[in-house]
Design a protein around this ligand. Structure first.
Ligand code: URA
Length: 205
């Protein structure tokens, strides 16, 4: 991760980490959320994909990228021949943040303090997996992995060296693609596919 952590990094295998994360009280997001949405994938995953934060459906299912952005991501992965089962999918922030409006739960972006509080979990996942390839989807993930100066608009699709002989790349967040207006959406999707294509090539998919 781009900056040092204030708190010690939790240890243990992925299951242990998930169990520990269920008891995390480092920020207030745990209280209204249904559950922690920890990362998902095999310990020997060929690449780690980092999103932003779980949405409504992820909160209910307890698994990352199962809602509309997950479906878009799945389609893009399929196009480039990346098998989701060989990837570790996780998020920068591991609880759904929302505002209750009647029956609807409206997604809210985790603030800087909540992102900071959750960084120990991403750091712990990285220590366990030691991924050779890290893919940051969207600005929140990219700035957590590459630093606050990172701009997805300018720097997506370019490999960067990471500590431990690893490398990282950033792309659009699938939900950002879904929000792009009209024809921009198709271009945005193609750019996501192009960037994931570089990942597929790097891992020999
Ligand atoms: N968006 C994310 O960033 N992560 C998810 O798990 C789902 C949607």
């Amino acid at each position: 991760l781009a900056r040092p952590l204030a708190d010690p990094i939790p240890t243990g295998n992925l299951r242990t980490l998930e169990r520990k994360a269920r008891g995390c009280r480092n920020c207030p997001l745990w209280r209204p959320a249904t559950q922690v949405v920890f990362g998902d994938g095999p310990p020997d995953a060929v690449a780690m994909l980092v999103g932003e934060q779980p949405g409504n459906q992820e909160d209910i299912a307890g698994a990352p990228f199962v809602g509309p952005s997950g479906q878009l991501l799945d389609r893009a992965l399929q196009e480039v021949g990346l098998d989701r089962g060989r990837l570790y999918l996780t998020n920068t922030v591991k609880h759904f943040k929302f505002e209750q409006r009647g029956k609807a739960r409206l997604h809210k972006r985790a603030n800087a303090a909540e992102q900071e509080a959750c960084r120990i979990w991403l750091a712990a996942e990285m220590l366990q997996l030691r991924p050779k390839v890290v893919v940051a989807l969207g600005a929140m993930a990219a700035q957590t992995v590459f630093g606050r100066q990172f701009r997805v608009t300018r720097e997506r699709g370019q490999w960067r060296e990471l500590p431990g002989r690893a490398r990282g790349i950033a792309s659009w967040h699938p939900s950002a693609v879904l929000r792009m207006p009209g024809p921009r959406r198709e271009t945005g999707y193609q750019e996501l596919v192009e960037d994931l294509g570089r990942v597929a090539e790097a891992v020999g998919a």
